[in-house]
Design a protein around this ligand. Structure first.
Ligand code: S3P
Length: 434
């Protein structure tokens, strides 16, 4: 039986907390450390199912990875050409980032691989990475509809490409760049809108020559990666649930410590501020080459807005949380230009609309967004459809609803935010697992 949660209105949120390490950075740190020369230490590694699946895959490919303590990994890199093929399939679990980036990284190896995923990942589109990688010469096969499993055949002869990506996707860009490490000549990616640049920054930190600016990047094959230590900041996307919760629960005053503030991730902060949120950045600092800050959030009356489309890629993972903020704000919020939400771990527009409607919200779906008229919420029976971010967003919604809310199918919260229930309870959430 799948794990469910019961939640109800809690107390004002108060205290100081740290959320776990960044998922995007943790995946990339394992990948680059594995194909670097020498020993890299990763601290602040996310102990989530997604990132652990990526680490397990590199162990299958012959990389020794030690875990001296929780959130620490020591990776004994085998060099660019040191991975060993594995006859068993490589299980990415629930992780789109794992599967798409690995497709690029494994496309130029001297061995074949098969990448598989769980039921949700098996429904997610892979043509977006398969097509450009095939242009580079990669031998890739998926199901007819472009879905996993992905079979990657041997090709030690990839060619660099000049690629204008169709969707603004850091996963697609990163897959092409990782294949580009193994390709002859130059690989260039131009994006329709700048996306998170962790792959670019980390390649540079591991010593690979690379040029990049927002929305464009180029590198050439044939260099080497040198081991380096990576310090992973706290994940803005995990902080997001508490930014919304403390904004909407009267009397709240919460501090989130040392949250990653890469501008390609903080679109929700801008959107919440447009809605009238009271969030301040304190002690700005740098950690592992990334901006971090303490975020102090106090309750404020939020107002509906038209979410600027330019912010969408910078807050693509935060829409389930934003839907909750909109559902209890004063007035109307409109979201557009966000059709990508339909191909995340679930169709996040449809699943949030069904759940919030059950909780009494006035929400209308559009093909690429939603129109939400703020009001009050009541408890209901809801289902997260196995989507971690939906489960946590509904737990936030339940904190400002009358009565009890049941949230079904929550075990995948462990993919990105192990310990969410305990941490949320420690600052005032009324939330029980089981
Ligand atoms: C990610 C990129 C985004 C994001 C995902 C993580 C990454 O996906 O939604 O959670 O680490 O590169 P897309 O590239 O599909 O936008």
């Amino acid at each position: 039986m799948s794990l469910g949660w019961r939640a109800a209105a809690g107390t004002p949120l108060r205290g100081e907390i740290s959320v776990p390490g960044d998922k995007s950075i943790s995946h990339r740190a394992i990948m680059l450390a594995a194909i670097a020369e020498g020993r890299s230490r990763i601290s602040g590694f996310l102990e989530g199912e997604d990132t652990r699946a990526t680490a397990r895959i590199f162990a299958q490919l012959g990389v020794r990875i030690e875990a001296p303590e929780a959130s620490e990994r020591i990776v004994h890199g085998v060099g660019l050409h040191g991975l060993r093929g594995c006859s068993e399939s490589l299980d990415c679990g629930n992780a789109g980032t794992g599967m798409r980036l690995l497709t690029g990284l494994l496309a130029g190896q001297g061995f074949a691989s098969v990448l598989v995923g769980d039921a949700s990942l098996s429904k997610r589109p892979m043509s977006r990475v398969i097509e450009p990688l095939r242009q580079m010469g990669a031998q890739l096969t998926s199901t007819d509809g472009g879905l996993p499993p992905i079979r990657i055949d041997i090709n030690k002869d990839l060619q660099g490409i000049d690629c204008k990506t169709k969707v603004a996707s850091a996963q697609v860009k990163s897959a092409i760049l990782l294949a580009g490490l193994y390709a002859h000549g130059e690989t260039r990616v131009i994006e329709p809108h700048p996306t998170r640049d962790y792959t670019e920054r980390m390649l540079r930190a591991f010593g690979w020559p690379i040029e990049f600016a927002p929305g464009q990047v180029r590198l050439s094959g044939g260099h080497r990666l040198r081991a380096t230590d990576v310090s992973v900041p706290a994940d803005f996307s995990s902080a997001a649930f508490f930014l919304v919760a403390a904004s909407v629960i009267p009397g709240s005053d919460l501090l989130l410590r040392r949250v990653g503030m890469n501008p390609r991730r903080t679109g929700l902060l801008a959107a919440l501020r447009l809605m009238g949120a009271d969030i301040t950045e304190e002690n700005p600092d740098e950690q592992g080459g990334e901006a971090v800050a303490n975020l102090r959030v106090r309750h404020a009356q939020l107002r509906g807005i038209a979410v600027p489309e330019a912010l969408v890629p910078d807050m693509i993972d935060e829409f389930p949380a934003l839907f909750v903020a909109a559902a209890v704000a004063e007035g109307r919020t409109t979201i557009s230009g966000a059709a990508e939400l339909r191909v995340k771990e679930s169709d996040r527009i449809a699943v949030m609309a069904i759940a919030l409607r059950a909780m009494g919200a006035a929400i209308t779906e559009t093909p690429d967004g939603a129109v939400i008229d703020g009001g009050s919420l009541c408890g209901a029976d809801t289902d997260s459809h196995g989507d971690h971010r939906i489960a946590m967003s509904l737990a936030v919604a339940a904190q400002c609803a009358s009565g009890e809310t049941c949230i079904g199918d929550c075990e995948n919260v462990a993919t990105s935010f192990p310990g969410f229930v305990e941490l949320a309870r420690s600052i005032g959430f009324e939330l029980l697992a089981g």
